[in-house]
Design a protein around this ligand. Structure first.
Ligand code: PLP
Length: 391
């Protein structure tokens, strides 16, 4: 029997830069140093108190449920920590049915789409954007309408420009600020306009809050739930991955609209078995200690951001320092005619430095590239020296 793939999955775009990938693999094989700045996965370890709590809980022989399916034996501590965190951080009060623990946002984004979209439904996602929104829609046999994020609009979607037909058909709109990949941040005013848009058009909002804690220079990212009445129209996905250097742990939460969370909960109940209790305890510890743990993590990213932006600006770019996320987003030099893959390939040939071509994030990402700050200082420093040596 031949290997098969469901029709709806054939629409998923394969990773587009096979040629660049091959080059990188060949260079590695030939023993050349490859300085990969492509992936957004924190290099810094999870903070000690979180690891200690994990070890305590996993060893706690008095907890007779410590090894069991996490969905059947949820801790009281995690949802309580979520509520406390939302109250302290955003001034938002969450009811019991407004909190669902997730196994990280990527999983939850796909499960959520399965929970609320029917085949043929339409959902709106930003472009450039995190690919998983569209992947969730595709798994649900729904279709994605992309809204462009353009520099001239501060990489915010122009909601007024969304065609009437799309507004009528769409069930869901994704927003993500601080934004991956553009690094844009938004204010509460933007979230107010999103909530108004949701009400007017009867469209549910899903806000991906993966980077709300990774901000700099006094920027404080809001939650959409700070907008009055937002929980009637919006769900927010918060992840501990980037905030606390916990990508491998797989823990986060969805909060807000209770009905939508019920749909997510139903999919979760029927497709995963929850998160190990020790990880839930550790997640609660992280949230409880957010104010202590996060500044140290962000100080590292801020230093690296300055290094990368100063280097690029020394080479002729005119970048402002991003106020959020763990990336730098920059336009490719003019001589590449906006071809981000050609730029990335040329840069790799000359320097061994790997950046992500913006076209990975969709058509409107073309013309840009992304550098991730999740690499050790000495790697970033060497990469920047090689870039500077190019001049
Ligand atoms: C990293 C990332 C996520 C997923 O994080 P999880 O580890 O799955 O919680 C979700 N959205 C965006 C925009 C991201 O960059």
């Amino acid at each position: 029997m031949e290997a098969m793939l469901a029709n709806r999955l054939q629409k998923l775009r394969p990773y587009p830069f096979a040629a660049l990938r091959r080059k990188i693999a060949e260079a590695r094989k030939a023993g050349k140093e490859v300085l990969n700045l492509g992936i957004g996965d924190p290099d810094r370890p999870t903070p000690d108190p979180v690891v200690a709590e994990m070890c305590r809980a996993v060893r706690d022989e008095a907890d007779l449920n410590r090894h069991r399916y996490g969905c059947d034996v949820p801790t009281a501590e995690f949802p309580q920590a979520v509520k406390d965190f939302y109250r302290r951080r955003f001034g938002v009060t969450l009811a019991d049915d407004q909190v669902v623990q997730t196994s990280g946002s990527k999983d939850a984004i796909v499960q959520f789409a399965m929970g609320i979209l029917d085949p043929g439904d339409m959902a709106i996602a930003p472009e450039p954007g995190y690919p998983t929104y569209n992947i969730g829609h595709t798994f649900a046999s729904a279709v994605t309408h992309y809204v462009p994020l353009l520099r001239e609009n501060g990489f915010l979607p122009d909601l007024e420009a969304i065609p009437a037909e799309v507004r009528r058909l769409a069930k869901l709109l994704w927003v993500n600020y601080p934004n991956n990949p553009t690094t844009a941040v938004c204010g509460l005013d933007f979230f107010r306009s999103v909530v108004e848009f949701a009400r007017k058009n009867d469209i549910l909002i899903a806000s991906d809050q993966s980077y709300s804690e990774n901000t700099y220079d006094g920027c404080v990212a809001p939650s959409i739930l700070q907008v009055e009445g937002a929980a009637d129209v919006a769900v927010e996905f918060f992840s501990l991955s980037k905030a606390f250097c916990m990508t491998g742990w797989r823990i986060g939460m969805a909060v807000g609209h209770a009905g939508a969370l019920k749909a997510l909960g139903l999919v979760k109940d029927n497709s995963d078995n929850g998160t190990l209790r020790a990880i839930q305890f550790a997640g609660a510890k992280a949230l409880d200690m957010a104010e202590t743990l996060i500044p140290e993590i962000n100080a590292v990213y801020r230093r690296r951001r300055d290094l990368v932006v100063d280097t690029l600006n020394g080479l002729g770019w005119q970048l402002e320092k991003p106020k959020g996320t763990i990336y730098v987003w920059a336009a490719v030099p003019e001589r590449f005619g906006g071809d981000s893959a050609a730029f990335a390939s040329d840069l790799f040939d000359k320097t061994g430095v790997v950046v992500t071509p913006g076209a990975v994030y969709g058509q409107h990402g073309e013309g840009y590239f992304r550098i991730s700050l999740t690499y050790p200082d000495e790697v970033l420093t060497r990469a920047m020296e090689r870039l500077a040596g190019q001049r």
